[in-house]
Design a protein around this ligand. Structure first.
Ligand code: HEC
Ligand code: HEC
Length: 374
């Protein structure tokens, strides 16, 4: 029996997600091709069509422009593409071998690889560390009704590529679940299936479950989860089929450029849903300080973020806290809101504020906010 040590960026050989998709499990953000919107979804289909029939340039430019306007969102510029990792360039993290022993330091639970691979939902390593999970949070249901904890973890801190829910106000959480259900909240990049999964999950929730889940996550304590590090060069990465970044093997580095590179502190530990192993976000040098001044200083066009999100950015009433949230999530939200993909009445004041925010300012704000104590 092989013992897997959990000290470094260990990786299992083989393919993690492919077997998972075959078994129908979703750990933590597996592909569920049956429930995903087909690529021929009208907006996307039109995008392809527009690219292919380039000869009709003049006419099509007009047509595509008109449809982009009608669909109410502006898409994603190249300078923001790093926040929308929609096309895999690498392979998925592998499943543990059946005879591996899987443990998390300090947890009484011990599983074999075979037991782990056969689980429908992720293991709960520290059941005493959070209130009892209601079924909607802990147990997956048919037809895309994946358990919240499979992606957001039982402690609400969240896997790479999701969002921290712990401690957000219940009325805000309820409103967001309704927005996902009603497609008022979609991704500016429709090929990114992250947000689409939330749309599917929310559409399948009973009204009572929305309240129960929101109550559960709002009562969890917000805790530090992300480590923001300013750097010139960062690990070379590939995009996982589940739309997050994995380190390339071999430890090569590359320049960071003008993006945020967000990774699991330890990819193996993330793959077994170890809730004590968080996220590291590399950000360009100088961005934290720049974000600090942007967040605190308003302009005639834009109120300071602290005006509504509170002096420490921990939220006020139903306005969500944004301190200590995952930077790539924050950046994606800022662009989704700015571009109108996340719309509706409740987000309208926020959209007005960030209408003129530039992608480089979004990077700085996300870096700064992520670096704060939640
Ligand atoms: C398959 C993975 C997955 C599952 C299951 C899932 N979520 Fe999510 N959730 C996400 C991702 C990814 C995002 C971020 C979406 C984005 O970036 O646009 C998110 C975002 C959210 C947000 C928005 C947070 C904010 O700050 O506005 C809420 C609320 C939420 N999820 C609640 C839930 C609840 C409640 C459940 C269970 C009923 C659940 N989610 C199940 C992946 C998931
Ligand atoms: C006029 C008040 C107001 C100001 C000023 C404001 N916000 Fe917001 N913000 C809101 C409200 C209200 C929401 C919740 C929107 C919703 O319900 O969908 C929000 C939501 C957000 C979200 C999404 C949070 C999540 O969990 O998904 C982010 C990120 C955010 N704001 C960042 C900022 C930043 C950065 C600034 C400063 C540049 C800022 N806000 C300034 C009112 C404001």
């Amino acid at each position: 029996m092989s013992i897997v040590t959990v000290t470094s960026q260990a990786r299992f050989p083989g393919s993690y997600r492919s077997s998972q998709a075959a078994s129908g499990h979703d750990r933590p953000l597996g592909n569920t091709p049956d429930t995903m919107a087909p690529v021929t979804e009208w907006g996307r289909g039109l995008e392809v069509h527009c690219r292919m029939t380039i000869r009709w340039e003049g006419f099509l430019l007009l047509l595509c422009g008109a449809v982009a306007l009608a669909s109410g969102h502006d898409g994603v510029p190249d300078s923001m593409a790093w926040a929308y990792l929609h096309t895999a360039t690498g392979v998925a993290l592998p499943d543990p071998p059946p005879d591996a022993v899987i443990r998390v330091a300090g947890s009484p639970l011990e599983l074999s690889g075979a037991q782990f691979n056969a689980m429908v939902d992720n293991p709960d390593w520290f059941p005493d560390d959070h209130p009892a999970m209601p079924d909607v949070v802990a147990k997956s249901r048919p037809a895309g009704g994946i358990a919240c904890a499979d992606c957001h973890l039982p402690n609400g801190l969240g896997h790479l590529g999701t969002a921290v829910l712990a401690g957000l106000p219940a009325p805000y959480l309820i409103e967001q679940l309704n927005a996902f259900r009603d497609d008022l909240r979609q991704s500016a990049e429709r090929r990114l299936h992250h947000t689409r999964k939330m749309n599917i999950v929310a559409k399948g929730l009973a009204a009572d479950d929305v309240i129960v889940a929101a109550d559960y996550f709002s009562r969890l304590p917000a805790r530090p989860w992300v480590r923001v590090v300013e750097a010139d060069s960062v690990p070379r990465t590939s995009i996982d089929p589940d739309h997050w970044l994995n380190r390339a093997l071999g430890g090569a580095l590359e320049p960071i450029g003008r993006r945020i590179v967000e990774l699991a502190e330890n990819e193996y530990r993330m793959s077994i849903s170890d809730p004590t192993s968080g996220i590291i976000a590399y950000v360009p040098i100088g961005s934290i300080q720049r974000g600090d001044s942007l967040a605190h200083t308003g302009t005639p066009q834009r109120a300071a973020c602290t005006t509504c999100h509170g002096p420490d950015l921990h939220g006020v009433g139903a306005v969500p806290g944004i301190a200590g949230q995952m930077p790539s999530y924050l950046a994606r939200q800022l662009w989704d809101i700015r571009s109108g993909s996340r719309h509706g009445d409740s987000v309208a004041p926020m959209r007005e504020v960030i209408r003129t925010l530039k992608p480089s300012e979004i990077v700085a704000l996300a870096a700064y906010l992520g670096s704060l104590q939640p």
